[in-house]
Design a protein around this ligand. Structure first.
Ligand code: ZN
Length: 237
């Protein structure tokens, strides 16, 4: 799954308003942020296999450290624990734990049975949503758009950048998603890893845009910027 994970991070802002969208996104995408590093280190493996599923031409041969259930449970505890130590925010820490684990659950929904339960396990999970391009598009777009709407209602721009950075973030993500759905297979496994490293830029972008938004009521004089069906509304008084 791709933008569905972003949808979870955006929606989680409602549960953990003190937590930056950057941190929420890092948790939601933690497995996919680690994955290219492990690929480049030769610890995990992917091969290009056109037709592997209707959505992706990738065959995830081995990724026990980034994408096994037990490894992700460990990453979730470490991630939430460090956040709690640094920020003293229990609510945010618990939310981050669930957000990080949601990655494995959504991947399990999408992938072929290739997600191991633990490193070394011979039992693999995957419910194969990726075998249908239409259903993948519908499910993933729905999760993403719900997340966008929740975030837009939970926060409001504190300045012009807060609106522009959010709108461009959402638009570019969705555009990349569509391109990714209909583009030919990547040229090499190494190219996949380098492209996947680009996801860290979205984490940095999320920190930046979130710093230009507030999760509280806007000052009475603040102008509202509407986005059509995804309008950014102030919270109810
Ligand atoms: Zn993943």
């Amino acid at each position: 799954m791709f933008i569905g994970h972003f949808g979870v991070a955006l929606a989680a802002k409602k549960v953990a308003p003190r937590t930056s969208l950057g941190t929420l996104l890092m948790a939601a995408q933690f497995a996919d942020l680690l994955w290219p590093l492990f690929l480049l280190l030769g610890v995990e493996r992917v091969i290009i296999s056109p037709g592997a599923t209707a959505v992706t031409p990738l065959d995830f041969v081995s990724y026990p450290l980034s994408h096994s259930l037990f490894a992700d449970l460990g990453w979730a505890c470490a991630f939430a624990g460090i956040y709690k130590l640094v920020k003293q925010d229990s609510r945010g820490a618990v939310c981050l734990w669930f957000v990080l684990i949601s990655h494995w659950l959504l991947d399990a929904l999408s992938h072929q049975p290739d997600l191991p339960l633990y490193p070394g396990s011979s039992r693999y999970v995957g419910f194969g949503l990726w075998n249908s391009r239409a259903w993948t598009f519908l499910v993933e777009s729905a999760i993403f758009l719900i997340g966008v709407r929740v975030y837009a209602k939970t926060t409001h721009p504190r300045d012009r950048l807060g609106s522009m950075a959010f709108r461009s973030f959402i638009s570019l993500l969705y555009l990349l998603y569509l391109i990714n759905m209909f583009s030919p297979p990547p040229p090499s496994e190494r190219a996949i890893a380098y492209a996947a490293l680009g996801m860290w830029l979205f984490v940095a972008w999320a920190y930046w845009l979130d710093s230009h938004r507030l999760a509280t009521s806007p000052p009475p004089s603040a102008p509202l910027i509407t986005l059509g069906p995804l309008s950014e509304q102030p919270p109810a008084p």
